[in-house]
Design a binder for this molecule. Structure first.
Ligand SMILES: Cc1ncc(COP(=O)(O)O)c(C=O)c1O
Ligand SMILES: Nc1c(O)cccc1C(=O)C[C@H](N)C(=O)O
Length: 414
């Protein structure tokens, strides 16, 4: 096994970075333990909060077990909107009344894509990019088939993402909707949300942003930037737990124009009127369909409080420091083994994960998991180092990259 001089380089030492980190104490708020040595996959599933562990039993005992159905009136009916507003304030830059917590990300995306199309009748084209998350592309393909629309697919250079020139070249007065990701799940590329939103609007189109990989890690100003619709998941940087429900933002001025396709009783104007005919509610309630997943919203509440306490700008500062550190370690320790960087080096173009590439990373990731070092692998050759600003230390990143080097050396030794 080689020990590059770089491994001894004091500038790569994690200890001073952790010592100087103003958010370091937030790590103690998360559940630790088990055999995980370095968790680098909070961009797939965030760690639970200790507060959540403490709060769930009393929730079950009191709000559910003792108040029973009365809790719907007392707290639960309002929760999708209260929690939505809290997400909007802490992470999106959204004023109240525009964000709701609802179904899974995929289902909310479907509902909002379909709804957006009702507000642009007569336009026959929709724009997606070929590196968007599969669910976004599959949904748009299905909806285009269902409604007889044409798809314009932007071919993305995966280390750059959708550029303004590419979007300008494809949008026209026939475009109804543009669907893009704020942070690309594969490369971590951070798109220019205000600039691309303006371009879509200049053509009279609506834009829907998938903010799964940015919510809770990258600040947004959706109100100020005129974003029409944003949908994000809550189990990554909002630590809501496996399968936690997603949230949707719809610009206030647009809400009344949108008709969503799953007309359930919870989206009706008067839920308990049990009316004969569906009349959509005013405001964000119209985007609900069935009974809200109240139990699954509890952990999200805890993390949104924590994000508000730490402040999204401070979280972003730490996120940038973590990704810079991961890149410096990669250059020093992994590049000599043939590893390349698939994430933009400019921090302004990068979310909170770094993707590094090598033909043997599938095997390397499997070996790392056996050692309790947990990044993830994305086909064909990408190892994602996910950096959750409030729960990841610089020492964890150093441990992780050292282990990647060791396993890669082992893999390539034969
Ligand atoms: C960018 C992006 N969009 C959508 C999804 C799909 O969300 P869900 O499985 O919660 O429906 C994910 C992750 O799974 C994602 O990373
Ligand atoms: N949502 C996931 C799941 O239910 C199981 C395993 C992984 C995931 C993921 O989060 C995938 C993820 N959105 C991605 O960026 O690749």
């Amino acid at each position: 096994m080689t020990t590059p001089d770089a491994a001894l380089d004091a500038s790569l030492d994690a200890a001073p970075l952790d010592a100087a980190d103003p958010l370091a104490s937030f790590r103690d708020r998360f559940v630790q333990g088990g055999d995980t040595v370095s968790y680098l996959d909070g961009n797939s599933l965030g760690r639970p909060l200790r507060r959540t562990v403490e709060r769930l039993p009393p929730f079950v005992q009191q709000e559910w077990g003792e108040r029973l159905i009365r809790s719907w009136d007392e707290t639960w009916m309002g929760l999708p909107f209260e929690l939505g507003d809290a997400i909007g304030a802490a992470t999106l830059g959204a004023a109240p009344g525009q964000t709701v917590v609802g179904d899974s990300t995929t289902v909310l995306l479907y509902k909002l894509m379909r709804a957006a199309l009702t507000a642009r009748p007569g336009r026959s084209r929709v724009v997606v990019d070929d590196d968007n998350f599969p669910t976004d592309r599959f949904l748009m393909e299905g909806i285009a088939r269902e409604l007889g629309l044409e798809l314009d697919i932007i071919e993305v250079d995966r280390s750059i993402g959708v550029t303004p020139d590419q979007l300008s070249a494809v949008v026209s007065d026939e475009t109804a909707l543009v669907v893009l990701s704020h942070v690309a799940y594969r490369s971590g590329y951070l798109a220019d949300m205000p600039g691309l939103t303006r371009l879509a609007h200049d053509a009279g189109a609506l834009i829907l942003w998938d903010v799964c990989h940015s919510a809770g890690a990258v600040p947004m100003q959706v109100d100020e930037w005129g974003v029409d619709i944003a949908v994000g998941c809550s189990y990554k940087y909002l630590n809501g737990g496996p399968g936690a429900p997603a949230f949707a933002y719809v610009r206030r001025g647009l809400q009344a124009e949108l008709e969503q396709p799953i007309q359930g009783w919870m989206g009706a104007a008067d839920v308990f009127a049990m009316a004969d005919v569906y009349v959509p509610a005013e405001g964000m309630r119209r985007f609900l369909s069935g009974t809200p997943p109240v139990l699954a919203m509890q952990p999200i509440t805890d993390m949104v409080d924590l994000v508000a306490e730490a402040g999204i700008e401070a979280i972003r500062t730490k996120s940038v420091a973590l990704t810079e550190y991961a890149l410096r370690l990669t250059d020093a320790l992994l590049a000599p083994l043939g590893v390349t960087v698939s994430t933009p080096r400019d921090p302004e173009l990068r979310g909170s994960h770094v993707t590094v590439s090598h033909a043997r990373f599938r095997e390397v990731t499997a070996a790392l998991w056996r050692r309790g070092i947990i990044p993830d692998f994305r086909s064909p050759d990408g190892l994602r180092i996910g950096l959750s600003p409030l729960s990841t230390s610089f020492a964890e990143v150093r441990l992780g990259v050292d282990a990647i080097r060791e396993e890669l050396e082992r893999e390539t030794a034969v």
